[in-house]
Design a protein around this ligand. Structure first.
Ligand code: AN7
Length: 402
């Protein structure tokens, strides 16, 4: 990593790249990576390669061995059945079903480079699934720290299936992260949470792919938990601007769940310090986070892009999840429906014009978190025999046809 530097976005501290440095020693803010591009950059050159994270390799760290499962290159689906100039970037199509894979291909490759034998992460679920899979691919061991009883079953299953060692902790993700940070200080594990700026380098490719496919939209809307992804997306757009690959940047909108909205609170009160939430609670367990570690970077991204933060209720999140599933045909987990809920709220308030070009980042797949029990009870009709089933089918078909 000789051609990269680490920079503090808050106090300006700067040092040459080091894979074992993640946090500013002066002010405690997670650092940011600055990679000097290797070779010429142009859309033409990139477009001769397969769409995906490594298409943009000139702007990424360059590990000797790349640990990949074919991440990125996700569908950007036009959602004109909801609104005329709306798109959904379906990150559920990544190898383990979430955007975290973009970060892990870079993060786990660099963990190998750093000589790590064991990688670790605290997680609300998706990071653990992704980490476990990429560690397996790399031949590394993995340890994940999870908030007990709060991780969606699909994610927990993936972590177990890929052979991660699992530690469950009482409380929320924030407690899990405290534990992981301490363990990483002792170099027992190589940490791949989003306070590790190297991992976020992979996630900035969401911005590259959007610009690559449709140019620059007016808004990009993303769910916010630990606030790494929105920071990474903004970094991606800024780099495209710096290299003259786009003429303008979108405004970024971060959406949180009302019961877990520390960043929204901080932003809407104009506070200079994070307003944490002691006991975050939401149906969108992926973003059930009270002390987002990347809060400073994310607020800066929102300010610089002239964007907003918004908070939405659990009810609105679940309604938006059904709307995406039934009007567009994409199954996303609750956290990933928060951007649609936020978008609809901001259009309703008159903050966003409904003719604006908007991309919603749908971060994770519906199968991660199937709310099966509730849905089956409320949405299925039971038949006791073949004849009865035929009766029910006929009457359903007649009513649907009307
Ligand atoms: C589906 O897996 O934090 O704001 O530990 O799984 O970058 O944290 C997941 C976060 C949005 C929020 N959507 O992203 C974890 C974890 C989904 C997520 C987010 C997450 P950040």
């Amino acid at each position: 990593m000789e051609d990269a530097e680490l920079v503090c976005p808050r106090c300006g501290y700067r040092r040459k790249a080091d894979l074992w440095s993640w946090i500013c020693p002066r002010c405690g803010t997670p650092l940011q990576v600055e990679v000097s591009p290797k070779g010429s950059i142009s859309w033409d050159k990139w477009r001769r390669r397969k769409l995906g994270v490594w298409r943009y390799r000139e702007l990424l760290p360059r590990p000797r061995r790349i640990v990949s499962l074919g991440e990125g290159g996700t569908p950007l689906v036009k959602a004109d059945s909801i609104s005329r100039s709306l798109w959904v970037k379906f990150e559920g199509a990544n190898p383990t079903g979430s955007f975290k894979d973009r970060g892990m291909t870079v993060g786990v490759s660099l963990a190998l480079e750093a000589g790590a034998r064991i990688v670790g992460a605290a997680s609300t679920g998706n990071t653990s699934a992704s980490l476990a899979a990429y560690a397996s691919r790399a031949g590394l061991a993995s340890i994940v720290v999870l908030p007990q009883g709060k991780v969606a079953p699909g994610k927990l299953f993936q972590a177990i299936l890929h052979g991660a060692k699992i530690v469950e902790i009482e409380g929320s993700f924030d407690n899990a992260l405290d534990a992981l940070v301490k363990a990483a200080e002792h170099r027992i594990v190589y940490p791949l949470n989003s306070y590790n700026p190297w991992r976020l380098e992979g996630q900035k490719t969401i911005a590259y792919e959007i610009a690559d496919e449709i140019g620059v939209p007016d808004y990009v809307v993303a769910p916010v938990g630990n606030a790494g992804n929105i920071s990474a997306i903004w970094k991606g757009f800024k780099e495209l601007l710096e290299h003259g690959l786009i003429d303008g940047a979108p405004r970024l909108i971060g959406v949180q769940a009302e019961g877990a909205s520390p960043l929204y609170r901080t932003w809407s009160t104009g506070s200079e310090n994070l307003q944490p939430v002691a006991e975050p609670e939401t149906v969108a367990t992926a973003i059930r986070i009270g002390r987002p570690v990347n809060w400073f970077k994310a607020l800066k991204a929102v300010h610089e892009s002239k964007g907003f933060l918004e908070a939405v209720s659990d009810k609105d999140i679940l309604e938006a999840q059904k709307l995406i599933a039934r009007r567009i045909g994409l199954g996303v987990e609750p956290a990933s429906a928060a951007p649609l809920a936020g978008y609809l709220k901001l259009v309703e308030k008159g903050v966003i014009d409904k003719n604006s070009r908007v991309v919603l980042v749908a971060t994770g797949h519906a199968l991660k978190d199937p709310g099966i029990a509730d849905l089956v009870d409320s949405e299925s009709i039971r038949a006791g025999s073949v004849d009865e089933a035929v009766e029910i089918i006929s009457s359903l078909a007649r009513s649907l046809d009307e």
